[in-house]
Design a protein. Structure first.
Length: 38
């Protein structure tokens, strides 16, 4: 699988589209991780 496809599936933008994804992002931000991308 190409890197671009992987990034589109589990990257920042893919998470922003879903409610559960946004929850994960917010939880990670609270923990203090600056880099949200894998």
């Amino acid at each position: 699988m190409s890197n671009i496809k992987r990034v589109r599936q589990c990257g920042f933008r893919a998470r922003m589209k879903t409610k559960s994804g946004r929850k994960i992002l917010n939880a990670r931000r609270r923990i203090g991780r600056r880099l949200v991308n894998d």
